[in-house]
Structure formats: C-alpha cells, structure tokens
Ligand binder design. Structure first.
Ligand SMILES: Cc1cc2nc3c(=O)[nH]c(=O)nc-3n(C[C@H](O)[C@H](O)[C@H](O)COP(=O)(O)OP(=O)(O)OC[C@H]3O[C@@H](n4cnc5c(N)ncnc54)[C@H](O)[C@@H]3O)c2cc1C
Length: 547
C-alpha cells in the first residue's frame, strides 16, 4: 500500500540504476524505514510499454515513449552542427536501466584511479570488490568478475548473428585483437559485450534489486510521485515535497534524504532547493541556501556515430523488416525467449586507441548486425530497419574533454531544465573523433569483411577529406546517453558538489548517489558505475548511521 505522506528514516529520490540498489541495501537489515519516491510508473504496470521494457530489443520502442521516458531535448549545439539532441532518460522503476541498451561495462581501472584521486575511497582497489559483489556473472568468478551477487550478467555468447565473427576477425586484421572480456584484465580489443539480460528478459535494477526488496515491510516505494524540492530546516535536509495525483505532499526524513534522480534531474532538484549557482537561482527568485557554481556544471557525455554499409549477405534487416520475419522473430521470442528480440541492439563491440602512444583506449566500438540511423524524432524505430541487407559499425569517445551544463529554465519544478552538451568543443575531441571514424573504414576494408560489403551508404564514398568527415560527424553524431558529473563528488569543496561520501557540501542530511555524482566520466557505458554508486553509497550511509 502506498503511504503518500508521513515520516521515514531515509528518503531516496528516484528508483533508477543507483536508487534501486540503495533501496535494496538500506532496507536489508530491517533497522531502517526506507521510502523511495519515483516520478515514473512501475515497470510491471499493465500496459504495452512494460512488455517492451522486458523484451531486450523493445529498446527501440521506448526511445520516444513519454510514458517511460523524460524525453529531454538539448539546446541546439554548435558542435553538432546546431542540432538539438534527443536525450532519453528512464522515467519508470529501474530508471534508465529499464530503457537502456543493456551493455555491461565497468570502465577502465585507470578511470577509477582518477576517481580515487578526486574523491578518495573510489579508486580501483576500493571499487573492484564492490563490482565483484554486485555481479552474478555467467562467465564465472575470477580476479575481476564475481558470482553470487544480485545482478545476473549474461556472457552473451549464444545466438549471436554469424556476421559478428567476421567483424571480430576483421578487427583483428586491422590490429585490434579479440578480447573475451572487456571487464577483465584488459579493456582493449574487439569482441562481444556482456549484457544485463537474464532468461531473455532485461535485467534492470528494478528487476534485480528493487522488486525482491519490495517484499520487506520497512521499504515503501511510491510511484508517480515527482519530488519538487528538498525541505530544509536551516541547513539540514529534513524531507521532501512531492506531487502525487495532483496533490502536493511532504514526507519527512528522520535521518537523510538521498538524491538518485540522475544527471539531469538531480542538479535540477538541488537548484530548486536553493543549492546551485547563486546568481542563476536569484534570477528565478529562488532563495540561495548554498551558492555552488558546480551544480549543473561539468556535464560530461559520450558522443557517437554509425557508419553503415549495404551488404552482399543477409543481416538482421532481412528478418526484422518483412511482416513474415516479424511474425517469426515474435513467435521465437514468445515461445523460446531467444532470437534477435532477446538481444541488445549491440551485437559486437570493442575498445581501441586512436594513437599508439595513448596508455588506454579512448574509443568504444559498437557493431550492429542490422542498419538504421541513430534514431532522431520522426524517424523509423529500431524494429523497422533498412529495406536491404545492411549493417552498421559505430563508435563513441571514451574520455572527451568537452564539458557542458544543465541549467534551470524556470522555478517551476515541472519545467524541463536546459541541457547543453557542448559536444566536440575542444580540438582534441575533434582530432580523436576524426582518427576514430577513419578506423571504422579500416575495419570494413579488411579481408574478412570487404567481400561481404556491397557499398558504403553513410556517410558514403564522397565523404573522404578530413573536412568532410568532420562535417559529417558533427552533423550525424549524437549522445550515446551517458550524461554524468553534474553534481560531482570531490574532496575539494571548491570544485565539487558533494564529498566522497556523497554528502552535499554546505548542508547536512543530504547526499547524492547516481551518475551526477561521478567525479568524471569513465570509458564505457554508465549503468555499471551508476549501480556502483548505489552499492558503495549504501555502505557509506549504513556505516555513518552506525557511527
Ligand atoms: C537510451 C539509453 C541507452 C543506454 N544504454 C546503456 C547501455 O547499454 N549500457 C550502460 O551501461 N548504460 C547505458 N545507458 C546509460 C545508463 O543507463 C545510465 O547512465 C544510468 O542508468 C543512470 O543511472 P542513474 O541512477 O544516474 O539515473 P537513472 O537510472 O536515470 O534514474 C533516475 C530515476 O530518478 C527518477 N527521478 C528523476 N527525478 C525525479 C524526481 N524529481 N522525483 C522522483 N523521481 C525522479 C527518474 O524517473 C528515474 O527513474 C543508456 C541510457 C539510455 C537513456
């Protein structure tokens, strides 16, 4: 039963990748009452969207569905030829882990050593045991991977399209050897991603962490409850105000309020609560409690692009496009939980360096055994690929130096904030992207791949000069959905929003654990580090509650 107001020990704002993990672990010992307020609905609500959440390739159907997605639109970005990018974010139990592409990548160990330098306690040696404890990895346990944890990770070896092997061979011929585990000793190489998929169904944090914990009497999850403000008494967070069914309600927290609303909504909520860039808040008539210009700053994201080829051999286009093929894969999925619908959009992957002198990969590869453009509003959904045999090789940068920002547009908590990625705004980001897209063509030109190719479609054979290739990636690339760092952790209060234990500088009783708290962006997809935030955040909150 929903308890729509009242008092609790811990309030968690947002049941996303980090929030579901916090809810599970903070309620585990039974000593604390934990309440989760989630703006979206249940991932199990009786509606078609819930089916597409569970079915892995249903991903394409969630991309523009406002029932499960905040559907943010970025500001026109000069780095993206003036285009305003579509920024999907999950608005549902499981958050973005309920609408994401399910790739399981932790990031490079050196990324975490950099985290540890900015925020002591988050270095690789500290986070590796947590990653191992989180996982129930189908690949088995070793020095890097874990088994027996709450989150099943599929090794993703079975039922792959045969052309994935040709991609892996071609990458090897291009100098990028096979890597069987990007989360193991070495990140570099080409191979197949591990996935948060279990039994042919998406393994979101709602499924792996929240639903099992919802049986506990001390955990209260309230859906369709949008938090509008943190309630402060002096400099102490004592609760939150939220909207539910058109009513404005207040919930009090005896211990702490934890923000896990993600990299767009968490800084928005901090600013609405008087914590942020003072002059911006004053412009909107919001009383300034803590003047901290870091709130909403340091916005970091990966940007990516696909190169697409028409092929001489059948790809998933040939089965996913015709009506009879849809019928076949639909029946295959419903009857056996297998086939293309049980897989992520990303069938192969990899990490590479654009210069040999780099110490670690700076680019991530994606291989799709079918072709579509990266979807933009009004374009075809992923389940209707191109009307010919085609495939795409794509990539995104790993550690871009461009930084953007999230700002309020209004004191109205229901007004979307403005988001500016400021993509490719540094010379080094442009240079490495140029070198990277050239490597896609190098892979396609290898003996194991070239005979399968009929012709390059996008960007096409006319795009050869550096200028044309840069213009092309500015025009066609976009976010790969890894917004982060907008309420970043750090030991230095002058350059961060919260301390290494997630405590917001300048106030008490308020923490942040989600992708906004990343000290910086890791090389790879951001679900695993967001889950890590929730996992280690819970350890810290519980330890401090005992002290
Ligand atoms: C389309 C897409 C594809 C992606 N693909 C991958 C991938 O393949 N692999 C990977 O590792 N990562 C991927 N990511 C990124 C990854 O999923 C996210 O980085 C991660 O889930 C972020 O976790 P979080 O806890 O910070 O926020 P989220 O998981 O986004 O959770 C935030 C939650 O808070 C709720 N909320 C926000 N504001 C409020 C409020 N005011 N009141 C109440 N509730 C609120 C939201 O509704 C949401 O449920 C993808 C993301 C997207 C969107």
């Amino acid at each position: 039963m929903d308890q729509t107001a009242g008092e609790t020990d811990f309030i968690i704002v947002g049941a996303g990748s980090a929030g579901c993990v916090l809810a599970n672990r903070l309620s585990e010992n039974g000593r604390h009452r934990v309440s989760v307020l989630e703006a979206g609905d249940s991932d199990l609500a009786p509606r078609l969207a819930s089916f597409f959440v569970q079915m892995p390739l249903g991903y394409g159907k969630l991309f523009y569905d406002p029932k499960v997605n905040w559907m943010y639109k970025a500001e026109p970005d000069p780095g993206l030829a003036g285009q305003a990018d579509h920024i999907p974010r999950g608005k549902i139990l499981g958050g973005s882990s309920s609408i994401n592409a399910m790739v399981w990548i932790r990031g490079h160990r050196a990324d975490y050593d950099e985290w540890g330098q900015a925020a002591p306690g988050w270095g690789w040696d500290a986070v590796l045991p947590a990653f191992r404890a989180i996982e129930d990895n189908e690949a088995g346990a070793d020095d890097w991977r874990g088994t027996g944890g709450p989150l099943f990770i599929s090794e993703n070896r079975k039922g792959l399209h045969w052309i994935v092997q040709d991609y892996i061979k071609a990458a090897g011929e291009a100098g990028l050897p096979f890597n069987r585990d990007f989360n193991g000793a070495e990140q570099e190489g080409a191979g197949v991603y591990q996935m948060t998929i279990k039994g042919g169904r998406r393994n979101s944090t709602a499924r792996a962490f929240l639903h099992p914990a919802m049986k506990r009497k001390n955990l209260n999850v309230i859906t369709r409850a949008q938090v509008t403000r943190v309630v402060m008494e002096g400099r102490r967070a004592v609760g939150v105000e939220y909207l539910k069914d058109g009513q404005r309600l207040v919930m009090k927290a005896r211990r702490e309020v934890i923000l896990s609303g993600g990299a767009i909504n968490t800084p928005q909520l901090l600013m609405l609560s008087g914590i942020g860039p003072g002059s911006d808040l004053q412009d909107f008539g919001i009383p300034v409690l803590v003047d901290n210009p870091n709130v909403g700053s340091h916005y970091s994201d990966h940007h990516g692009i696909n190169y697409t080829w028409e092929m001489n051999v059948p790809t998933y286009n040939d089965i996913l496009r015709p009506w009879w093929g849809k019928l076949f894969v639909g029946a295959q999925y419903l009857l056996t939980r297998s086939g293309p619908l049980a897989k992520s959009i990303n069938h192969g992957g990899g990490f590479f360096r654009t210069r040999p002198d780099l110490e670690r990969p700076n680019m991530q590869l994606y291989m799709q055994a079918f072709s579509t453009l990266i979807p933009r509003p009004g374009e075809r959904p992923l389940l209707t690929p191109d009307p010919f045999s085609g495939l795409s090789l794509g990539l995104s940068n790993c550690r871009p130096s461009s930084r953007g920002w999230v700002k309020l547009t209004s004191p109205d908590p229901l007004a979307p904030p403005s988001i500016t990625a400021n993509a490719f705004s540094t010379d080094e980001d442009v240079e490495e992207m140029l070198a990277a897209v050239k490597f896609l063509r190098t892979i396609a030109a290898q003996p194991s791949f070239a005979p399968l190719v009929k012709r390059e479609l996008r960007p096409g054979p006319d795009v050869v000069s550096d200028e044309a290739m840069i213009a092309d990636f500015r025009q066609r690339s976009g976010t790969v959905y890894h917004s982060s760092c907008t309420a970043r952790m750090g030991a230095d209060a002058a350059t961060s929003v919260c301390d290494p234990r997630g405590r917001v500088h300048g106030v008490e009783g308020l923490r942040v654990f989600d992708a906004s708290a990343f000290p910086n962006l890791i090389a790879g997809n951001t679900n695993a580090p967001s889950i890590l935030m929730g996992w280690r955040g819970a350890d810290m909150v519980l330890a401090d509650a005992r002290a």
